[in-house]
Design a protein around this ligand. Structure first.
Ligand code: UTP
Length: 285
């Protein structure tokens, strides 16, 4: 059973500068809900109750967001805005969230390693704060289900458009079932010529505790960062690692165009917004 999830959120978010100069990328809103709220919810809806968020300098807003907010709550009580009050209070009771600092954003591998003490000697989930995945069964739950069968690491994968291959970890793998790959290799951000396939890894993982040992042995990789992909590559040499082509729609909210698409799609699903937004979009074409 997977009981713990690690959410790395200590990156600098340079693609969203200048907004991320004073605000964590993970707190950018999809209308009125920050990206990280969707990610925490995905973990909770998958049955995970213990969440470790890896933060860093300038990320206080994340902790404040999941904490109680007496001033706002009192204000809402005074103004009898009970529905909004419930919504605000629900956020602080979502889950047991712990925070660990990554002093220097040296890469995703290093961020995950910071959670080692808290995770201990058990398998765990990793959910990246950039990816919002809309799915019937939460994406990480789909990966957890496969993990329960084989007790081996599982990584979320999906087909990647040609022009985006250079931005992803791309797998070489054997398809062993409709949605399951046995991964033979992963290449981080390859050129189109180097890429062994068009199947890319996305920000959802279920990992075994051995992964921590491999991260420790990982030298700095692309961008001089300690890459999680490089550690998983070593793991592949020692044990089976699966890729799972999850069902659901993913928005890479760390990318500006995808972020805008996520906002539009979520607006079109909201009763109070959809008519207005749809009319506006139709008027543009
Ligand atoms: P990204 O590479 O997408 O995040 O890492 P970034 O570095 O913040 O973004 P850009 O490229 O500069 O715009 C994916 C996730 O891993 C976290 C990030 O916060 C993000 O949620 N991360 C990345 C860490 O926690 N620590 C790191 O050292 C690097």
């Amino acid at each position: 059973m997977i009981k713990k999830a690690v959410i790395p959120a200590a990156g600098l978010g340079t693609r969203f500068l200048p907004a991320t100069k004073s605000m964590p990328k993970e707190m950018l809103p999809i209308i009125d809900k920050p990206i990280i709220h969707f990610v925490v919810e995905e973990a909770i809806f998958s049955g995970i109750e213990d969440i470790i968020v890896v933060t860093g300098r300038g990320k206080r807003a994340i902790e404040d967001y999941f904490d109680a907010s007496p001033e706002i709550e009192n204000h809402l009580v005074r103004n009898k805005k009970y529905e909004l009050l419930r919504e605000v209070q629900d956020i602080s009771s979502l889950a047991d969230i712990h925070y660990i600092r990554q002093k220097d954003p040296k890469g995703l591998g290093d961020a995950v390693l910071k959670a080692e003490k808290h995770v201990g000697d058990e398998p765990f989930a990793v959910l990246l704060g950039d990816d919002i995945i809309k799915a019937g069964t939460p994406c990480i739950k789909q990966l957890m289900n496969l993990f329960e069968k084989h007790k081996r690491a599982v990584i979320g994968v999906e087909e990647v458009a040609k022009e985006k291959i250079k931005d992803y970890g791309i797998i070489k793998g054997k398809k062993i079932d409709q949605s399951i790959y046995l991964i033979e290799n992963i290449i981080e951000k390859p050129s189109l010529e180097e890429a062994p396939s068009n199947i890319g890894t996305v920000g959802r993982y279920v990992l075994t505790p051995e992964t921590f040992d491999y991260i420790k042995k990982t030298p700095p990789g692309k961008g001089n960062e300690m890459q999680l992909t490089d550690a998983i590559k070593m793991l592949i040499g020692e044990e089976d690692v699966y890729g799972y082509a999850f069902s659901g729609k993913r928005y890479d909210a760390g990318n500006k165009a995808e972020y805008v698409k996520a906002i539009v799609d979520f607006a079109l699903e909201r009763e109070e917004l959809k008519k207005d937004v749809k009319r506006y979009l139709e008027g543009l074409t």
